[in-house]
Design a protein around this ligand. Structure first.
Ligand code: SAM
Ligand code: SF4
Length: 347
């Protein structure tokens, strides 16, 4: 990979240093969660617009020279992307990356866990909002809870460094899921995080009253399991407030982007599946990395990209970081929803 000229860290106007990149590998998915995608007639990006593994790796290599150390693959559903372990292997070989993780809905995980692990994937987040098939279908509008549970079991068998369960909490729908999910996670020695529902659904139905907030979740958990004890974060910029149970068994995280935003410690950048750089989930602007990634190929078909092109990519990312807003502003009158829904950005 070519070296870039200016390797200064990616620091924005508020002094936030960017060390983490979320890479969406596809906007496609095998289920249709109402908080993320439309149920029908989804307009996916044409395949030729989606970045190749080589393009993704080149982008990751450039930002890794400016201090990005942590990568997370997401989507859409990353496991529907053909031959994903090949990308994992390519990213795992980058010299400056010391954390490689993935977020999945788990449906295809039983088939792929072993190969992903041996390709170099270290950590995995599996989304699990409910333990009841009926509620699973209400949320995802498809069948498949049994496959998700099989995926979790397979992940445990192959032994990732960390497996975490992520549950979206929705007022009026998942209150009764909280205690069973906590019990499920504790019995299996898995970390669990509850995440507040954000205004990123494709059908534009989100309302503030749909958010089951962290304080309510905590009350429900404490009624069953006793007082939760706040513990220091595992990573300084992590979005979750972490707790231990009073009996010392298990760890629980609350991610509260709506009721308790963590924007002041945000260290994340995002790359969409079709190569747009974003400085926030709620950003209304994007920076076109694909144009630069593909420009070199057009200029000299078949030749390697030149260092000057990688400097252009680096400058684009710097401009994106410089333009980062102080906060997403959900709940304020200035807040504008991004045009894209979660599956089009990469969660
Ligand atoms: N398909 C994979 C999955 O579901 O785990 C990865 C992509 S998904 C967009 C990443 C995460 O975003 C999932 O944990 C999902 O539950 C969460 N998510 C999706 N829509 C959301 C919303 N509107 N508010 C909060 N979290 C959301
Ligand atoms: Fe698919 Fe994940 Fe979005 Fe659900 S949250 S529709 S699994 S991309």
């Amino acid at each position: 990979m070519a070296r870039i000229t200016n390797t200064a860290p990616l620091v924005d106007q508020l002094g936030r240093r960017h060390t983490s990149l979320r890479i969406s590998v596809t906007d496609r998915c095998n289920i249709r969660c109402f908080y993320c995608m439309p149920n029908e007639n989804v307009q996916f990006r044409p395949r030729h617009e989606i970045l190749t593994f080589e393009e993704i790796t080149r982008f990751a290599s450039v930002v890794s020279q400016m201090g990005v150390r942590r990568l997370r693959l997401t989507g859409g559903e990353p496991l529907v992307r053909h031959d994903l372990p090949r990308l994992v292997r390519m990213l795992a070989e980058l010299p400056n990356i010391d954390d490689l993780a993935l977020t999945t809905n788990g449906i295809l995980l039983a088939d792929q866990a072993a190969e992903l692990r041996s390709a170099g994937l270290e950590r995995i987040n599996i989304s699990l909002d409910t333990l009841q098939e009926e509620t699973f279908q209400k949320i995802s509008r498809r069948e498949g809870l049994d496959r998700v549970l099989a995926g979790i079991a397979a992940a445990q068998e192959v032994g990732f460094r960390q497996i975490r369960l992520n549950a979206i909490a929705i007022q009026g729908l998942t209150e009764t899921e909280i205690v069973p999910l906590v019990r499920f996670a504790r019995e299996r020695g898995l970390e669990l995080r509850f995440i507040e529902y954000m205004p990123l659904d494709a059908e534009l139905k989100w309302q503030s009253g749909d958010v089951l907030d962290g304080a309510k979740i905590r009350r429900i958990v404490e009624m069953e399991f006793g007082p939760l004890v706040p513990v220091p974060p595992l990573h300084p910029s992590q979005p979750a407030n972490d707790f231990e149970f009073a009996d010392g068994s298990g760890r629980l995280g609350l991610i509260q982007p709506v009721s308790n935003p963590f924007c002041e410690s945000c260290d994340r950048l995002r790359l969409t599946a079709e190569g747009q750089v974003r400085n926030c989930l709620f950003s209304t602007a994007e920076w076109d990395a694909r144009a630069i990634l593909r420009r070199a190929v057009r200029r000299r078909a078949g030749s390697s990209p030149t260092p000057a092109d990688d400097d252009d990519l680096a400058n684009l990312v710097r401009a994106c970081v410089r333009a980062k807003a102080p906060a997403h502003g959900i709940g304020t009158i200035e807040f504008t929803r991004p045009e894209r829904a979660m599956y089009q950005i990469g969660g």
